[in-house]
Design a protein around this ligand. Structure first.
Ligand SMILES: O=P(O)(O)OC[C@H](O)CO
Length: 488
């Protein structure tokens, strides 16, 4: 079968595009080299829906950010992935208003209508726990937070419900072009398509080279983060940024959509695109920068560290458009604000495909709503959690993850939404099992055993095991490190 469109990469761009394309009578396939969707930059970033003032109007980043942001409310209503318009504050600790005014102007040029500069009194009304040192801030009322992997999973599930196909663990290893058809060689067989969209994130330059479409490079830049325990997000209500630098937007402080405190990222150019290890010294720097803004951040509540890799392009901007190879289209260099811009990028790509000759005939049966999983209340008293966790295996009410109070029924439901879930981490991203204080020490084996009972097969542990081998600074290591620093 020749597909109309094959998408390489199931991150937020690939999945958003697939869903957008299912509005039309088209045969669409996503090929993803990893065993689940959303496993690259989409799962490890700041989870921010940016205002859209930080990048200039001359860039695609600047033009597409606000356009994407404007679609988030509607998308959340349809797909329920988790989005909240918290608003953002870009704060300055000195009296110089010039940098804030420049960003305000840039935002206005990008079409924003919800920006204002406010002084310290108003800032402290909005953010009572912020440092007394704060002088001025750029307030963006409509910025917010979301679950980025939740969004990509929702996009993918809805795309599949509307007829798209997803093939996981299918790494593209060769691309040949013959008679205006592109042939993609993968370890799951060959796939033919009239159009191929390269959404391969940090590997998009390698994929482009495979097709013979050159002209850009990905220069990966890593960013390290610290995530704190559930409930710690109460410290603040907005996303709080500092003034940007040449290396990016700088360390931000934010609540997550699930109520954790998140701080980061720093920025460092790296050679190894797969290296998501974290380092005590870098984390300490992030921690100290965040503490300058919020002195009450408590290291004792640190939960885990992680690293995201920005797919920075050699031009510094998004690279979206046709290439020198007929039918091969790039959506590359998608770093911040890529998540916010993703709905606009998906629409832009549909427009490019149409211009390149793809016929778009509306599919009247397109259903924009995702089947939503109803989660049980998450604040059960301890005795009830204990009772429910001792129910016999196989009962839907049995609690599998005590920290996040996730039941066997929720795990079962998350596996029946059109995408094969074959890893424990896949369950984690869909249900929050193993996201809590114990970080899976109690429930990982129980999740695996539940998955085996439901499918007859033990989950593929190889990927989880391989990733857990990556060195990440853990709770106790970091606290010991900070203690030793104090004693120095
Ligand atoms: O440092 P940047 O500019 O890549 O931005 C990182 C942001 O926090 C991502 O949302």
């Amino acid at each position: 079968m020749v597909h109309d469109v094959a998408i390489i990469g199931a991150g937020i761009i690939g999945t958003s595009l697939a869903r957008e394309l299912t509005r039309y009578k088209l045969k669409v396939v996503i090929l993803e080299k990893l065993p689940d969707v959303a496993m690259g930059a989409t799962k490890a970033n700041s989870a921010i829906v940016h205002g859209g003032y930080a990048e200039g109007h001359e860039t695609l980043k600047g033009r597409l950010c606000f356009e994407g942001r404007r679609r988030f409310r509607e998308l959340e209503d349809e797909l329920k992935f988790g989005f909240s318009e918290t608003g953002s504050l870009l704060v300055s600790l000195d009296d110089d208003l010039e940098p804030l005014e420049r960003l305000l102007e840039s935002g206005i040029r990008n079409g924003l209508d919800d920006l204002s500069i406010i002084g310290s009194e108003e800032i402290r009304k909005l953010e009572p726990n912020i440092t007394q040192e704060v002088k001025n801030a750029l307030l963006c009322k409509g910025a917010g937070i979301c679950s980025p992997y939740g969004m990509a999973i929702a996009m993918a599930e809805n795309a599949v419900e509307n007829g798209a196909e997803i093939v996981l663990s299918a790494e593209v290893t060769g691309i040949e072009s013959e008679n205006e058809i592109l042939n993609l060689v993968t370890d799951k067989g060959d796939f033919q398509a009239s159009f191929v969209i390269n959404c391969a994130g940090v590997n998009s330059d390698k994929v482009a080279r495979m097709a013979g479409a050159d002209g850009f490079e990905i220069l990966p830049r890593s960013g390290e983060y610290l995530l704190f325990a559930k409930g710690t997000g109460k410290l603040l209500d907005h996303v709080v940024f500092q003034l940007p630098t040449a290396m990016g937007k700088g360390v931000l402080v934010t609540p997550t959509i699930h109520g954790n405190l998140l701080i980061g990222p720093d920025a460092s150019e790296i050679d190894d695109r797969e290296d998501t290890s974290t380092h005590a010294e870098r984390l300490e720097n992030v921690y100290n920068q965040a503490k300058k803004l919020y002195p009450d951040i408590d290291g004792e509540t640190f939960l885990r560290s992680f690293t995201g890799i920005r797919a920075r392009s050699s031009t510094g901007d998004f690279l979206i458009g046709p290439s020198n190879i007929k039918g091969f289209i790039n959506a590359a260099g998608i770093q911040s604000p890529g998540l916010t811009a993703s709905p606009a990028i998906a629409r832009m790509l549909v427009g490019i495909l149409e211009k390149e000759g793809l016929k778009l005939e509306p599919e009247n049966s397109f259903n924009p709503f995702r089947k939503v999983v109803e989660y049980s209340p998450k604040d059960l008293p301890y005795r009830e959690v204990d009772r429910l966790s001792k129910l016999p295996a196989g009962s839907r009410e049995r609690i599998v993850c005590r920290c996040e109070q996730v039941t066997e029924g929720e795990i079962a439901d998350s596996m029946e939404r059109g995408i094969a879930v074959t890893t424990v981490d896949g369950i984690k991203r869909r249900t929050r099992a193993a996201m809590g204080w114990c970080q899976g020490a109690f429930c990982r084996a129980r999740i695996a055993e539940t998955m085996e009972r439901l499918t007859g097969e033990l989950p593929d542990g190889s990927y989880d095991i391989e990733r857990s081998g990556v060195s990440r600074v853990g709770k106790h290591d970091f606290l010991d490190f900070l203690k030793a620093r104090k004693e120095e």
